[in-house]
Design a protein around this ligand. Structure first.
Ligand code: ADP
Ligand code: MG
Length: 613
């Protein structure tokens, strides 16, 4: 008996539609891409019920002739390529000619469009109404040039798919994220976005490709101030990286503000996100994420955008090179920013200047409530932005009298350099926490824990091959859960490479035979459990990156736990040793968690306070 039947065309189309259109956000993406391909400079998006009831995209692009308006809904109808050979060079978003056909097959579409050149003829516009892909009405209309597409009742004829649509809030959230990506990507386009009657986004075109201005439009001034621009300097002619990333003091609890673009396509890539995070070199606390908007331009031969039906992922020919270039660019941008910040002259003033950027408040020795919201720089409390408080402005309370602002003419906060090593006079320890130094430019205050933590971190990172270890006289036994045991048993060499020799002792027990000399204060059981959780977290990563990630985390943890603490009394000799070590290392401006290691109270500030200037 014959079992194989050919599906009727309309059924096949409904299935094919699922490849391109899974949910409302895919429709919005296809329609916006078409508008961009049509050369639009203004694109508006309207949603009802998270796009389940209505998605409408209007543009002022080239529009379509009545003939093309009919054709555009046909399968494989495209004006963008004619042969498969064109694929390598295609510069437009679309080229498969399947989006409109797919969308129309599973919804009610109304297309109104007019070609730009037919401006003079009032009725040169055409309106088509389609039901499940079939034209049910056509009409000559008078309209402005451009295209207006309404997609209603998505999946009304595919209940199996409709059932899988999420709550309207969830669908809206995806679409909002998508619009953010387009806004960041196409600065010269004016985007507006409405949900019901509510305007969600209104971003007029930005001149000069100024990404920070766009960020200000999309979120707000306060948030944009946390962003620094990035540009890869070690110009490999094959990869260019540009965009903006948040500074080392900002973080979020999710990855929602990380936007990556490859050759102007918004993509999702775990690998690149991780490279971005690595660029922050441990300055972000665990499970905290930066904001970033990164444009990667790469030779089209080096990347395949065709691996994903909705083109959301790409495949690089040399993924590792791309990741490393990104990581280094991020690291460089952060270092440069930090170096600049420290050079920024500061001047204490008593009047409030909340909107000046960046404003400085002296670091509280003990943090108090009134100081927790103050803005930040080298030596101050970082503000923490979370998803919901982008819009929140930070205004000083009346109690904050020590609001300080920049004054370019005044003395500058010093940078560290080689001459600093000879050029200080050690005053002593303050509150068993800070080391005070007299320098030509002023009084330098160093946080003993942050400094030592950075020194140890650099030491562990650079020299974990030859860390000196000690055999424990009484090997320590650590009991772990069976989950941790399973995770750790295959990875004991990670510890070994870091000078910690561990063997399996019993079912759930490990025995520690030796440790590096520097880590005698560390609670090894805690470290071991943490390593187990990192191993699980980074499991999917490529081998060498896996080791790198785990190593970095281990070094930061070991450095933090082994470092001198606030409250430890130091002898003059110990302080001198600490300073000597400190001035030898790179990355000395912050501790591995991003806290500053020290700051300068300039002689100018001091004299001004005493009215000597
Ligand atoms: P593709 O974009 O892959 O070519 P689509 O199905 O998305 O396929 O669109 C088919 C064709 O319809 C496009 O090639 C283009 O010629 C035309 N088109 C679609 N949307 C627009 C628009 N907003 N403005 C002008 N032309 C459009
Ligand atoms: Mg298209």
């Amino acid at each position: 008996m014959q079992k194989i039947k050919q599906l009727p065309l309309h059924e096949a189309q409904k299935i094919a539609a699922g490849e391109v259109v899974e949910r409302p956000t895919n429709v919005v993406k296809e329609l916006i891409e078409n508008a961009i391909d049509a050369g639009a400079t203004k694109i508006s998006v309207y949603l009802e019920e998270g796009g389940k009831k209505l998605i409408r995209v209007t543009d002022n692009g080239c529009g379509m002739s009545p003939e093309d308006a009919f054709l555009c809904f046909a399968q494989h109808a495209t004006s963008k390529i004619t042969t498969v050979d064109d694929l390598g060079t295609v510069g437009t978003f679309g080229f498969r000619g399947e989006a409109l056909a797919s969308i129309a097959a599973v919804s009610n579409v109304t297309l109104t469009t007019k070609e730009q050149m037919s401006e003079i003829d009032p009725l040169a516009g055409i309106q088509l109404k389609l039901d499940a892909g079939k034209v049910v009405k056509k009409e000559a209309v008078s309209c402005t040039s451009g295209t207006d597409i309404r997609v209603e009742n998505l999946f009304y004829n595919v209940p199996a798919r409709q059932k899988f649509l999420k709550k309207k809030e969830t669908e809206s959230r995806h679409i909002t994220q998508l619009l953010h990506a387009f806004c960041l990507d196409y600065l010269a386009i004016h985007f507006t976005f409405f949900q019901g009657t509510k305007e969600i986004i209104n971003c007029p075109a930005i001149a000069n490709n100024d990404i920070i201005s766009r960020i200000t439009q999309l979120w707000d001034h306060q948030f944009a101030q946390q962003m620094i621009t990035i540009q890869n300097s070690q110009n490999t002619d094959k990869i260019t990286i540009s965009g903006a990333i948040s500074n080392h003091q900002y973080f979020r609890y999710d990855r929602n503000n990380i936007f990556l673009f490859v050759n102007r396509r918004w993509i999702k890539s775990q690998q690149l996100s991780r490279a971005l995070m690595r660029g922050y070199m441990n300055v972000l606390p665990p499970a905290r994420y930066p904001a970033a908007c990164i444009f990667i331009e790469i030779d089209s031969q080096e990347v395949d955008i065709n691996i994903h039906p909705r083109k959301e992922e790409v495949q690089f020919l040399h993924p590792r090179t791309v990741a490393t270039t990104l990581q280094n660019s991020v690291k460089e941008a952060l270092e440069q920013h930090l170096a600049q910040q420290i050079k920024q002259p500061v001047n204490f003033q008593t009047q409030e200047q909340p909107q000046r950027s960046p404003s400085f408040t002296p670091r509280p020795f003990e943090s108090t409530k009134s100081q927790t919201h103050t803005t930040t720089s080298f030596g101050t409390t970082p503000p923490v932005f979370s998803e919901n408080n982008h819009k929140k402005t930070t205004t000083p309370t009346p109690g904050d009298t020590q609001q300080t602002t920049i004054d370019k003419k005044q003395n500058s906060i010093g940078t560290y350099d080689q001459k600093d090593i000879e050029n200080y006079n050690l005053i002593g320890q303050y509150k068993k926490t800070y080391i005070l130094l007299e320098r030509t430019e002023g009084l330098f205050i160093i946080d003993q824990h942050a400094v030592h933590e950075r020194i140890l971190y650099e030491l562990f990172s650079k020299r974990f091959h030859d860390v000196s270890t000690v055999k424990l006289m009484f090997p320590a036994i650590v009991t772990v859960s069976s989950e941790d045991m399973t995770t750790l048993s295959g990875h004991l060499e990670i510890f070994k490479k870091n000078g910690i020799e561990i063997e399996i002792f019993g079912d759930n027990q490990l025995v520690i035979q030796s440790t590096p000399v520097h880590i005698k204060n560390i609670k090894l059981d805690e470290l071991i459990r943490k390593v187990a959780s990192w191993i699980r977290e980074y499991d999917a990563v490529q081998q060498d990156q896996f080791f790198k990630a785990i190593n970095e985390k281990m070094h930061a943890q070991m450095a933090c736990k082994a470092a001198i603490k606030a409250g430890d009394t130091l002898t003059t000799e110990q302080m001198k040793q600490l300073l000597e070590d400190f001035y030898k290392i790179p990355n000395r401006l912050t501790c591995p968690h991003g806290r500053p290691t020290g700051w300068l109270l300039s002689i100018y500030e001091i004299e001004k306070r005493f009215k000597r200037t």
